[in-house]
Write a protein that binds this ligand. Sequence first.
Ligand code: HEC
Length: 143
Amino acid sequence: MAHRTVATIVLFVGSACCLLLGARAESAQPAGSQPYKPVASVRGLMTGQGLLFKQLQAAVDGPKAADRAMTVQLTAEALAELANVNTYNSDKEDYRGWASQLRETAMELAAEAKKKASADDARMKQLFARIEAACQACHDAYQ
Ligand code: HEC
C-alpha cells in the first residue's frame, strides 16, 4: 500500500514537471528566465527605430550596389526586432497591433532582400511604404 502511494506521488510529481516543462517550451522562455521585459524607454527604442528607418530608406532607394540587398535585409531584421520589443511596451491592443504589423512587414522585406539578385525591387519599395504607414498609424494615436 505504502509502495503504491509513493508510486502515485512520484507519477503525479513527474507529470506536473512535464506539464511545467511543456509550458516553458511553448512560451520559448529559456529555462529559469523571467518573462521578457524591455530595459529601454520607448523614446530610446524609437531613436533606434528612427536611425534604422533612415538607413533602410537610403538602401531601398539607393543604387543597386553589390551590398545593397544585404544592407536592406539586415537593417530590416534589426528594425523588426525593435518592433518586436515594442510589442511589450503597452497593454493596448491597437498599439501592439501596429508594432506587430511593423515587425511582420519588416521581416517580409528582409525575406525579399534575402533573394539578393532576384529580389523584386517594386515589392521592396511597396513593403517599405507599408513600414512607413505602420510608423505613421501608431504615431497618430500615441506620439
Ligand atoms: C506601436 C507604436 C509605434 C510604432 C509602430 C512606431 N512608433 Fe515611433 N513612437 C511611438 C511613441 C509612443 C513615441 C513617443 C515616445 C516618447 O516620446 O516617449 C514615438 C516616437 C518616435 C520618434 C521620436 C523620438 C524622440 O526623440 O522624441 C521617432 C524618431 C520615431 N518614433 C520613429 C519611428 C519609426 C521610424 C517608426 C517606424 C519604423 C516608428 N517610430 C513606429 C510609437 C510607435
